[in-house]
Design a protein around this ligand. Sequence first.
Ligand SMILES: [Zn+2]
Length: 327
Amino acid sequence: MTHTAGGIEIPSIPAQAIGPTVPPSGYLVREIADGVHWVTDGGYQCAFVVCDDQVVAIDAPPSLGPLVTRAIRDVTGKPISHVLYTHSHGDHIGTVNQFPDDAVRIAQQETHTLLSEADDALRRPPDVTFRDSHRLEVGGQVIEMHYKGSNHAPGNSFIHLPRQRILMLVDVIYPGWVPFTNIAQSKDIRGFMAHHDHALSFDFDTMITGHLTRLGTRQDVKIQREYMHDIRTAARHALEITPEKRRLARETVGTDHIYLYFKTMYEAAAAEAAQPVIQKWSGRLGGVETLGVNHTLTMYHSLRLDENAEPHVVFFPPAEADHGHDH
Ligand SMILES: [Zn+2]
């Protein structure tokens, strides 16, 4: 189902992609369970944990900016003693400088490396780092951080509250929606894929995902895992139909403009191969009509580059060989 606005076709958004209404203040703050709160502006999310005598803050996206501190102060006047970074990206921790200088920053060691290189006063490198995991016990709360290898970004870590059965993982799972462009801009597509199973290995009921409209569940992780495996199947199909698309591209745009030739070939293969995925998921996951082809194309390049899945091909055959078959 679609409607048209300004000449642009807009696919309808499935009910399961719609979250709670954000009040006119611009943010919603809600306690999930026993001191663990999430804050959202309807597009970005962060969190904080209220302990006996202090607060542990997790991320501070610039889209919320000072509203993060305001949300914390709506709930408690206790001092902010610790700040956890899920990962290094500016769109999630770009305003952590709003927290007190003496609050202890904690993040994975890859995040420390990236933030040291970035040299950004708004994102101070963490004071405490860990390689595989870190357990923070403070004011009656237990907060665990775990790193399972590169995924969306190097250093991007799980934050687990075992007692409240809450898991936070940012920029990987998109409840009710397909992932963001280029498979959530992932640095490591295989790591991104593996993180569905890594997420499910934790004991949790509720997930804070850093984005979109609502909180997530285990079921959301399973649904996205199925969608992403469908994308992988589509990308394999795109590889199979590439020879046909390569001939077509040679006939239409030629090979002189090398970038146009490759763009035409790859985009035609991805667009055709994505169609069954779009049909299957339309009405079930928001955004599949908009990003299904993009995800197939991104996965296709991952198969080519990361998995050497493109067999020997002759991209520029001699003119007399350019009839019908490929190599
Ligand atoms: Zn990110």
